[in-house]
Design a protein. Sequence first.
Length: 111
Amino acid sequence: MSGELPGRCAPCTRDTPPLAEAAITGYLAGLDGWERDGDPIVRRYVLGDFRAALKWVNRVGMLAEEQGHHPDILISGYRNVQLTLTTHAIGGLSVNDFVLARKVDALASRA
């Protein structure tokens, strides 16, 4: 199911329904290192130091801005970065969360 994701995030409205569990499970299976944490999906990264963590966060931020879909980002312990994706406007997960996760994975593989 992960191969069926579109190439970029698309605007959704409050009328867009959250994804069904079967779709979430299928899309999640196609991602590396992402896991459910309640409704959202989460991935954690351990970088070399605080500077590397900031650089990574900035790269993810630029990608998110380009896609118009923004993760919650937490830096803790000076080098740990946690990305949390959910679609706030619909109160659950949308295809956009998985599109952005896939793009973040691609960004990480090029880093």
